[in-house]
Design a protein around this ligand. Structure first.
Ligand SMILES: Nc1ncnc2c1ncn2[C@@H]1O[C@H](COP(=O)(O)OP(=O)(O)O)[C@@H](O)[C@H]1O
Ligand SMILES: [Mg+2]
Length: 231
């Protein structure tokens, strides 16, 4: 089998709460190959966002090792903190597309310029940016600003931004959580359609069982402070 896109071993994370530390999860192991999808399930506060943050280096685990696209991150390694930060930042800029519940668009840029900015940072060709908006059904809104389109259209633009990076991994944190049911279904259908077409690996945090079912694997953090292995 080819090398996994993301391999996490025995991740644990806790946060300080006054004098003590509260464990969010422990013993989490995940392995994800190109084209595969993993749903992170669990109620609010179970650690889905925290785990996604660990997967892209926005937070550090207390223990465990993450290998992302062949790069190994070990919190106990002697490598300097700044060196690790640089490697994480480079991966987020070029190879890991992150999206959130609310589209993180720049308000002063048109939808097209938002996509172009993301593509430029990822060192991808800018000619494809309009085509990504077209593929997501919002090509004619390219010159509008984020506050001139609907929430669903903003999330479609956020998808265009992520795919215009030509990423190896997409981390999506409740990407349809702020949308009404029908719009959420349309946007998630686009996400899964493009994921299948491009073969990118996907980790999707959601508390919606129907959405999770569309992923090939599920990791349930339901009981908080729990442990898990993707199945
Ligand atoms: N920076 C932080 N400092 C302290 N506690 C945090 C921090 N981030 C998250 N937590 C706590 O960790 C737990 C998991 O949070 P989170 O990952 O946001 O859950 P979810 O995304 O599943 O709703 C919650 O109890 C939350 O309060
Ligand atoms: Mg969350």
């Amino acid at each position: 089998m080819s090398q996994p896109v993301l391999d996490a071993r025995d991740l644990g994370k806790s946060f300080a709460s006054g004098a003590e530390r509260i464990a969010v999860f422990s013993g989490v192991s995940v392995s994800l190959a190109a084209g595969q999808s993993l749903a992170l399930m669990g109620r609010s506060g179970s650690g889905k966002s925290t785990l996604l943050n660990l997967f892209c280096g926005l937070e550090r685990p207390d223990n465990g090792v993450i290998t992302l696209l062949g790069e190994r991150f070990d919190c106990r390694a002697v490598e300097g903190f700044r060196e690790q930060e640089k490697r994480w930042a480079r991966l987020r800029r070029r190879q890991v597309g992150v999206m959130f519940q609310e589209a993180n668009l720049m308000p002063a840029l048109s939808l097209l310029d938002n996509v172009r900015l993301r593509a430029r940072l990822a060192e991808q060709p800018l000619e494809q940016c309009q085509a990504w908006l077209d593929r997501l059904g919002i090509g004619e809104l390219a010159r509008r600003y984020p506050d001139q389109v609907s929430g669903g259209q903003r999330q479609r633009a956020a998808l265009a931004m992520v795919f215009a990076m030509n990423p190896d991994l997409i981390l999506a944190d409740e990407p349809t959580g702020s949308l009404d049911r029908r719009t959420a279904e349309e946007v998630s259908a686009e996400l899964f359609r493009l994921q299948a077409q491009t073969g990118v690996a996907l980790v999707l945090a959601t508390h919606d069982p129907e959405l999770a079912e569309r992923c090939r694997m599920t990791l349930d953090l339901a009981h908080g402070a729990g442990s898990g292995r993707a199945s």
